[in-house]
Design a protein around this ligand. Structure first.
Ligand SMILES: NC(=O)c1ccc[n+]([C@@H]2O[C@H](COP(=O)([O-])OP(=O)(O)OC[C@H]3O[C@@H](n4cnc5c(N)ncnc54)[C@H](OP(=O)(O)O)[C@@H]3O)[C@@H](O)[C@H]2O)c1
Length: 296
């Protein structure tokens, strides 16, 4: 029998999302694996069922780089469920190739930020008005090297190969904060929190230039932690009874890349409420519809 508590984890078929979904199932949540590949999602679900025998899982197909796919997934979720308790916006892509999504938007801004913003907007009214209802956004220490390039949002003139990734992860953090401010202003009781996982050897880095990729593979075990450890900030934000809306959590060890979960450090540009509000407006324009904050 499925639990009455339901969590959606995007990008749950691999890496940190896989471990996060397992953690939510262990905590008693019926866990929805929101993934773009049915084949990968089914393999992940089979592996999770072996690890959490009493867990219940379900697959929701969604490509976060495609607004139509997100609308279809949200509508499917609404047909299957009458509420959602926790939404973990975990899926992410790191691209060094200047790729664009099918609609022409820079792929990381589209997938990591805009796709999750639309998914959140389309599911928010299903979330009960209690502080146990949580939206968790995955940022990164890379946000510290990011800026929102309002005059070149698709990063057509990047300074470095990861300019657009850093921008997208700053956007995830600014979105998490701005969402919490707007929920409070709207009198809603559910909360938005942000986290970063530190560093872990997941599938994220396959696009890196080979020299950098292998350097990371060699140094990784000494400076980063496992995907299971990297999932702990998101699980803390989703499950702890001591967190507050607008909090930002991450590992406390060397360079914030590994260690126990605690309050994470924000770069100055991640504390700028004007930038967050401006990003919100631009994002609504790029998505093509206003964000839906209201309860049902
Ligand atoms: N690992 C780290 O060191 C690190 C550090 C800082 C932040 N993060 C963040 O942690 C999160 C999880 O990443 P990870 O390290 O676990 O990487 P990962 O192993 O590559 O997993 C990323 C997940 O996102 C999914 N995804 C990518 N594009 C998608 C799309 N268009 N639609 C739906 N799903 C999509 C992937 O699906 P496919 O398998 O189909 O590609 C995969 O399930 C990301 O937000 C990342 O930015 C990771």
């Amino acid at each position: 029998m499925a639990s009455n508590k339901t969590a959606v984890v995007t990008g749950a078929n691999n890496g940190i999302g896989f471990e996060t979904a397992l953690g939510m199932a262990r905590a008693g949540y019926h866990t929805v694996l929101a993934c773009r590949s049915a084949e990968k999602a089914e393999a992940a679900m089979a592996a999770m069922q072996k690890k959490v025998r009493k867990g219940t899982f379900e697959i929701l197909i969604v490509d976060l780089g495609d607004f139509e796919s997100i609308r279809k997934a949200a509508s499917e979720f609404r047909q299957r469920h009458d509420h959602l308790d926790v939404l973990i916006n975990n899926a992410g892509v790191l691209d060094y190739g200047g790729r664009t999504a099918a609609n022409g938007y820079e792929v990381q801004f589209m997938t990591n930020h805009l796709g999750h913003m639309l998914l959140t907007s389309l599911l928010l009214d299903m979330m009960p008005d209690t502080p146990q209802s949580r939206i968790v956004s995955l940022s990164s220490v890379a946000h510290k090297n990011g800026a929102i390039r309002f005059d070149d949002i698709h990063c057509t003139k990047p300074d470095k190969p990861d300019t657009a990734y850093c921008q997208s992860k700053l956007a995830c953090l600014l979105f998490g904060d701005e969402l919490d401010r707007r929920l409070k202003a709207a009198g809603r009781k559910l909360v938005s929190l942000s986290v970063h996982p530190g560093g872990s050897d997941s599938g994220l880095f396959t696009d890196m230039p080979r020299a950098q990729y292998y350097t990371l593979k060699i140094l990784g075990p000494f400076i980063t932690h496992s995907n299971k450890s990297a999932a702990q900030p998101a699980l803390h934000a989703a499950l702890s009874g001591t967190v507050k809306g607008g909090d930002y959590y991450g590992p406390q060890g060397l360079m914030e890349l590994r260690g126990k979960v605690g309050e994470a450090k924000r770069a100055p540009q991640a504390q700028d409420a004007d930038t967050a509000a401006r990003l919100w407006t631009l994002s609504e324009e790029m998505i093509g519809e206003p964000f839906r904050l209201s309860a049902r």
